[in-house]
Design a protein. Structure first.
Length: 76
């Protein structure tokens, strides 16, 4: 494999890890960004939680698709 494929695959892996953190490790992402849930609300009822889940899954799938497409096109 060439160097540009490895670089794109590593970038895709970073996107997958970032998306997973946004979707499923929301307390970690909230601490990094300085966000806190509204007082009296649980994390499940907070609208930001739904936004982080949706955006996280989208980023995760994009990173996976990007890495797989570049790798498979290079192998073909």
């Amino acid at each position: 494999m060439s160097a540009h494929v490895v670089i794109v695959d590593l970038f895709g892996l970073v996107l997958v890890a970032l998306g997973f953190s946004m979707a499923f490790r929301q307390s970690f992402v909230r601490r990094m960004l300085g966000w806190s849930p509204a007082p009296g609300k649980t994390c499940e009822a907070d609208p930001t939680a739904y936004g982080l889940r949706i955006a996280g899954v989208m980023v995760m799938v994009f990173g996976f698709a990007l890495g797989m497409m570049v790798t498979l096109f290079n192998l073909a």
